[in-house]
Design a protein around this ligand. Structure first.
Ligand code: ADP
Length: 647
């Protein structure tokens, strides 16, 4: 291994992030201290954990602490910990590359949006925030148990230097900041103490502060576990501050749940439901963030303590009964952990239900931020499905703001309405304008507008809510005839018209050959002439599309059904023509145009764009330049149109 100094460039992404940090006009760079203290505390907790299996790592210096030294003359601040430390490779890897996927996302957000700078305040970006206040940062570190120690040093421009350390601590890391002139206040004891009390009062490791050259050190934080104290002694501010520390967040928790379980096993949980979604909420690994402690010792933030659909919950569980040396396998299959998971899940859902009841406004924020995640539970946790249904809020045709519960929907159901109707699609505006909703709107029937990708999944297995089944507006026959229109009467089908409609449907079906499985008259439509729906046995069409896009199968929905609106003037005319037994070629063209326009309204291209286009142009020509088109319609009709080969 090299024993001399080496200069290395930063990974490109880090360099860009640092540039933004250094040049940010961010108004409260205070957060840098919290970030560095939190790293130091993590390093101490990691050591405490590692020492469970290798006690020698702690030898000689068993009292973990964070020591902060300020030097107002030299304008420096140093944050030292006697935690796990870093080897040369770890210094390079952890401080020279974008170690966290979240950080990378954050950087993108910073670059893309003007308001990105404000985001620093919401998320923090760990170690690199030091460059908001420092002209140089030097990290000297000795990994626990190692002989050698190294210093990492950078001014936040394109490079860093890694060199053998002089005056290295016996164990752990020392982060030394040479402050920029305009940030010299961070070398003042008063400022630093105030900041620690404000942002880091519940760090689980003691923090002491001293002034360079003076012997006196003052303990600002005692490092005792907040969650071990009785609830009655903890103020709301303390909970909030602890939440921010433990979640690395900047918002307020919408819900704080602090409980002590006694009985079969003893454990304490302190859990928070945030108000704001983190930017990595939809990371594919869907990992939870609740930390596991055993008798106040941090074990892992990787334990399966909650189901994936509650991965937005932050905080910790501290067990009195689990063994300290839990291996990875034990974590996965531990019955005690499984029991904690069940009880904790139950508790969170019941507290959320209570919140929804007593503080609808806060609950709406939670739903807005995490509803899409919570809905994963509708198909992953069938046991708690009913409870989850009750927590769901929807955008509907009646409430575009998205605050309707299923209970409210049910209470407002129309006479003879037998299902909870929903429309699924990727685009909320297009959904609301879909022809499939017309017949529902005409009857004043509320429709849930589902536009989260997850909606395509839970609706597939949804049995019903409180005894009422769910039904897609594009699926099967709509059963709308029995529901009175808004003005109170059921419009009777026009006498003598059914025969014509049957003749038209048959001709259209014949013209479209194998493109549709059926053609029928429908009460689903009001102002549009036609729309496509899934066959009675098939899945919702929009849902099929979303599912196959997310690589989860799909595509087995079969051919759609083309529905015609018997009240529409165009359809009436065509039906009359069909009923008279003539106009076959005219109807053939109309059939293809109707199919194409229904496909377009579904957000698709017509299945044969060239043939569709030619027919459309012919119709336009017939209208605007009749002299140019004599005989054109016959040409198309003789193509058959089904494969477009003649075009
Ligand atoms: P984060 O702490 O969120 O992972 P940071 O950018 O703050 O991101 O730090 C990157 C990594 O550097 C940490 O994950 C940790 O492994 C390492 N690190 C930072 N500070 C220390 C420290 N004081 N002691 C040991 N390791 C540290």
């Amino acid at each position: 291994m090299t024993q001399t100094a080496e200069t290395r460039p930063f990974e490109a992404d880090v360099a860009r992030l640092l540039h933004l940090m250094v040049h940010s006009v961010y108004s409260t760079p205070d957060v840098f201290l919290r970030e560095l203290i939190s790293n130091a505390a993590d390093a101490c907790e990691k050591l405490r954990h590692a020492a469970l299996t290798d006690a020698a790592l702690m030898a000689g210096d068993p009292d973990l602490k964070i020591a902060i030294t300020v030097d107002p003359e030299a304008k420096t601040i140093t944050i030292a910990d006697n935690g796990i430390g870093m080897s040369r490779e770890e210094l390079i890897e952890n401080l020279g590359t974008m170690a966290r996927s979240g950080t990378e996302k954050f950087r993108k957000a910073l670059e893309e949006k003007d308001e990105g700078k404000a985001l620093i305040g919401q998320f923090g970006v760990g170690f690199y925030s030091a460059f908001m206040v420092a002209s140089e940062v030097a990290v000297t570190s000795r990994a626990a148990g190692a002989d050698e120690a190294w210093t990492w040093r950078s001014d936040g421009s394109g490079e860093f230097v890694i060199e053998p350390a002089e005056n290295a601590p016996a164990r752990g890391s020392t982060v030394h900041l040479t402050l920029r002139e305009d940030h010299a206040e961070y070398s003042e004891e008063d400022t630093v103490e105030r900041l620690i009390k404000h942002h880091s009062a519940h760090v689980p490791v003691p923090i002491v502060v001293s002034k360079a050259g003076e012997d006196e050190t003052r303990e600002i934080v005692d490092g005792k576990a907040l969650w071990a104290r009785p609830k009655s002694e903890i103020s709301e501010e303390e909970y909030e501050e602890f939440y921010r520390f433990t979640a690395g967040a900047f918002d307020k928790p919408a819900l704080t749940i602090h409980t002590r379980a006694e009985g079969r096993q003893e454990y304490t949980s302190l859990l928070f439901v945030p108000e704001m979604a983190p930017f990595d909420l939809f990371e594919p690994d869907r990992k939870g963030r609740v930390k596991l402690y055993v008798r106040r010792v941090f074990i892992t933030d990787d334990a399966p303590l909650l189901p994936a659909y509650l991965r937005f919950v932050r905080g910790l569980v501290d067990s009195e009964d689990l063994p300290l040396n839990l291996s990875r396998e034990m974590l996965q299959n531990n019955p005690m952990l499984a029991q904690i998971k069940t009880a904790t899940t139950k508790r969170i859902l019941s507290e959320m239900t209570k919140l929804a009841g007593k503080d609808a406004e806060t609950y709406e924020k939670v739903w807005e931020a995490f509803g899409a995640v919570l809905k994963e539970g509708l198909y992953e946790d069938t046991e708690r499905r009913d409870e989850l249904y009750a927590l769901c809020r929807f955008r509907t045709t009646k409430a575009p703001d998205g605050t309707r519960s299923l209970a409210e929907y049910k209470a407002d159901m129309k006479e003879n309405q037998k299902a909870i109707f929903y429309a699924v699609g990727e685009n909320r505006e297009r959904l609301a304008a879909s022809p499939h909703l017309e017949g529902f709107a005409a009857r004043g029937i509320e429709v849930l507008l589902l536009s989260d990708p997850v909606d395509a999944f839970w609706t597939r297995t949804a049995l019903g809510f409180d005894g009422t089944p769910f039904k897609s507006v594009t699926q099967g026959s709509a059963e709308l005839d029995e529901i009175p229109a808004d003005d109170g009467d059921i419009k009777p089908p026009e006498p003598g018209h059914e025969g014509d409609m049957a003749a038209l449907s048959a001709l259209v079906k014949q013209a479209l050959e194998d493109r549709v499985s059926d053609v029928r008259s429908s009460s689903r439509l009001d102002t549009s002439p036609a729309c496509l729906v899934a066959a009675d046995s098939g899945y919702d069409r929009a849902m099929e599309k979303i599912v196959s896009r997310h690589g989860q199968g799909g595509g087995f929905g079969g051919k759609p059904v083309l529905e015609l609106n018997p009240k529409h003037a165009l359809i009436k005319r065509l039906a009359a023509t069909a009923g008279n037994g003539d106009g076959t070629s005219e109807i053939g063209d109309a059939a293809w145009l109707l199919l194409g326009s229904a496909e377009i309204l579904d957000g698709e291209a017509p299945s044969d764009p060239a043939a569709f286009n030619k027919r459309l142009l012919d119709v336009m020509s017939a209208r605007f330049a009749p002299e140019a088109v004599s005989g054109a319609a016959d040409n198309i009709a003789s193509d058959g149109g089904a494969d477009g080969s003649g075009v």
